[in-house]
Design a protein around this ligand. Structure first.
Ligand SMILES: [Ca+2]
Length: 464
């Protein structure tokens, strides 16, 4: 019997889709036409039901989440098998097998990159219908890789890249209806870089009397609902993973008590450079936890308010799979020699939806109509034009060697812009309450303030 099946009640899928709405599919192949052909009838309803359009019989199936995290998993370089959550995975030999640290299991290294496909595969033992596949990957800085997934006679493949090791890449394939008894994933590196496999998760349907139980999931692919109304408590420094503050809050009046704001040009710039350079350096690792407090949403406590698209995402650091750290002034434009602190400066780092972040790259800022060299920071919910302008102004006066320019690709390694656009945006998108809160909170960790948030009117006098 081969029948065309349609979904009539999939509450759990609805939840899952809602929970993933802040991620985007980088591969969304069309659903193949194959459907399960031997699901037994059942009399007891469950959370999901398939109905047959060619007969009046109703077949009941069970939706199951399977997930496995490769954090803490160390693979054998000569290959082997891995039993996890009710499935046995067989995997091929690796060019180099690294420890399964926070980034996941390392596959290959810079000296021994995994350029041949490395495959991990499993048999389900009976036919399942795969609805969604979610794989979280990373490459070492600047690296890229290829993936290929196969299930039964269905396959899909693509490429991925990471800007920074901690910024995960999500391969999410949705709207599937693949009938399969087996599943495999192949990975390879396209450069002399290590790859990291962080997790595999999928959503499958099985017959209600199936012996296959995948629900013992260590990776929760359906339970997180970061976009749902908040039940979270506000972020409190010193609680949980968020560090205690280093400095008591200070008013801007006290902070700038000795600054003559009627000055202009290099005089004002030098005064402010001295003031903001009296700071406490925090690390890039610390930023994962400090940003939860500094970038907390005003409207949804316990969530970070993400730059460019205005998404509120649950603040807890989930290894960069939900939000990650965006360098507003890109790292590759911060090449100023010994002062490596510039890349860790909290004023420059913003919580960003991880899929948005990977799309920005190292572009300078300009109107939407600009070339592919430029980025327009006003994607959805809110206006981030003035926000990015004021961050760039701060970086330019804080760090010697950085410059703002109308031709920011001329000396790309130290330049940002476009200066004339940023000066205009500073006026068109005035300072928001979120920026003020963030400035106050960054002071508590870093002991300096962004003068262009406290006194936006001085930008023209310094940079024009
Ligand atoms: Ca704004």
């Amino acid at each position: 019997m081969k029948s065309k099946l349609s979904l009539i009640a999939l509450g759990t899928i609805g939840l899952l889709v809602a929970s993933c709405s802040n991620t985007s599919s980088i591969a969304t192949p069309s659903a193949p036409s194959s459907t399960p052909s031997s699901l037994p009838p059942s009399t007891s309803p469950t959370s999901s039901t398939l109905s047959s359009s060619s007969s009046s019989s109703v077949q009941t199936v069970v939706l199951q989440n399977y997930g496995y995290s490769f954090v803490g998993t160390t693979l054998n370089a000569s290959g082997g098998s891995l039993s996890a959550n009710g499935l046995t995975w067989d995997y091929g030999s690796l060019a180099y097998a690294g420890p399964g640290d926070d980034r996941g299991t390392q596959i290959g290294s810079s000296k021994k990159p995994q350029t041949d496909p490395w495959t991990i595969e499993t048999d389900f033992g009976e036919s399942v219908v795969i609805k969604e596949i979610e794989i979280v990957l990373a490459t070492a800085n600047g690296g890229s890789g290829k993936y290929a997934v196969e299930a039964g006679d269905w396959s899909s493949s693509g490429t991925f890249a990471s800007q920074a090791m901690e910024d995960r890449t999500l391969v999410k394939i949705t709207d599937l209806a693949i009938s399969a008894t087996d599943f495999s994933l192949s990975l390879s590196s396209q450069a002399s870089k290590a790859l990291y496999l962080n997790q595999i998760a999928f959503l499958v349907e099985t017959a209600s009397d199936s012996a296959l139980d995948l629900s013992d999931s260590s990776v929760d692919i359906g339970g997180d609902t970061p976009d749902e109304p908040s039940k979270e408590d506000p972020i409190v420094p010193g609680k949980g993973e968020v560090p205690d503050i280093n400095f008591e809050p200070i008013s801007s009046e006290v902070y700038y008590a000795d600054v003559d704001f009627s000055a202009s040009g290099p005089t004002l710039e030098n005064t402010l450079h001295e003031l903001v350079s009296d700071m406490h350096f925090t690390s890039y690792d610390d930023a994962r936890y400090m940003l939860q407090y500094t970038d907390e949403s005003l409207t949804q406590p316990g969530y970070v308010y993400c730059t460019y698209d205005g998404a509120n995402i649950l603040a807890e650091w989930k290894r960069g799979t939900t939000w990650n750290r965006e360098h507003t002034w890109p790292q590759s434009r911060l090449i100023i020699g010994e002062d490596s602190h510039a890349k860790n400066d909290l004023h420059n780092l913003r919580a960003a939806n991880n899929t948005i972040n990977s799309g920005r790259g190292n572009q300078y800022f300009d109107e939407e109509s600009g070339s592919s060299d430029s980025y327009f920071p006003n994607l959805e919910e809110d206006d981030f034009r003035g926000d990015v302008a004021r961050i760039c102004f701060y970086m330019a006066i804080r760090y010697d060697g950085l410059k703002l320019s109308d031709n920011p690709n001329e000396e790309l390694s130290v330049s940002m812009g476009k200066l004339s656009t940023l000066l205009r945006w500073n006026k068109e998108d005035p300072v928001s309450d979120f920026e003020r809160q963030r400035n106050d909170r960054i002071y508590c960790y870093q002991h300096n303030r962004n003068p262009f948030i406290d006194h936006p009117e001085i930008a023209d006098r310094i940079f024009e």
